[in-house]
Design a protein around this ligand. Structure first.
Ligand code: SF4
Ligand code: SF4
Length: 249
């Protein structure tokens, strides 16, 4: 007994007490676009970007496409680009994910009164990997571990669509997974919501436009929340969902 107490004290608190106040060291999160003027005619960052996430004049980064590779930083001759460890990147509108020097943060997640009323005390989620690489899926798995412990907010991952209120979509939606995704969605009772997790789910990212994808599901069912990253940090997901449901941490 004493040994157990001693081990418990030496290990300290494992869970992150307030996810909104966390400071994940070494995490490459929100890009920062400085105010320095670009070199005339320069397109080095856009040329270096493997996913077409950068638009020019003025420089803008689409978090829904960005895979956080960092290649644009050394490519820039003006030192205009850098990365912070800010993980609060989720947004309720796709357009809210575009950053620029004059718009340095993603649009804040809008609290949904309807969703808060319905799911604020209990939200069960079914995860579907629609052709993902397993990066996003691993981070979704981490949501329920002792560090992030999303279940303390009444949010949990469930095995059956029949028990789910929300679909956590990862991967670019390959044609081979499109039917399975529809079957899962059809098996979920109304009301229900979609959460798009990771650059592939949000935009297709490096696979955008590939003939092997079928993204028509997202044309019919707009996500209630976009969680960018490659893969997203679990804290990005936790804080995005808490904000969406108006839950304090
Ligand atoms: S960090 Fe994002 S914006 Fe920069 S090159 Fe990589 S994908 Fe493109
Ligand atoms: S941000 Fe840097 S690399 Fe991109 S266009 Fe401006 S100067 Fe060139």
């Amino acid at each position: 007994m004493l040994k157990s107490i001693s081990v418990r004290i030496s290990q300290g608190t494992q869970y992150i007490k307030d996810p909104r106040q966390a400071n994940p060291v070494g995490f490459r999160g929100k890009p920062d676009i400085g105010n320095a003027a670009c070199d005339t005619g320069c397109d080095a960052c856009a040329a270096a970007c493997p996913t077409g996430a950068i638009a020019l004049d003025p420089v803008q980064i689409d978090l829904g496409r960005c895979v956080m590779c960092g290649d644009c930083v050394p490519a820039c001759p003006s030192g205009k680009l850098s990365f912070t460890n800010d993980f609060k990147l989720a947004a309720t509108d796709r357009e809210g994910l575009t950053l620029s020097a004059s718009r340095p943060m993603p649009d804040p997640v809008k609290v949904s009164d309807a969703l808060r009323k319905r799911f604020g005390r209990s939200l069960k989620l079914r995860s579907v990997s629609a052709g993902g690489c397993n990066g996003c899926e691993l981070e979704v798995n981490a949501l329920t571990n002792v560090n992030f412990d999303i279940a303390r907010y009444g949010i949990d991952i469930v095995a059956s669509p029949r028990h789910a209120d929300g679909l956590v979509l990862t991967g670019p939606i390959t044609r081979n997974m499109a039917a399975a995704l529809e079957l899962c969605w059809d098996g979920m009772p109304d009301p229900k919501l979609v959460i798009a997790v990771g650059a592939c789910a949000i935009s297709g990212s490096p696979f955008e436009g590939a003939s092997t994808l079928d993204r028509s599901f997202l044309q019919r069912f707009k996500p209630a929340l976009y969680v960018p990253g490659c893969p997203p940090h679990p804290l990005t997901f936790v804080c995005g969902v808490l904000d969406l449901l108006g839950i304090s941490s």
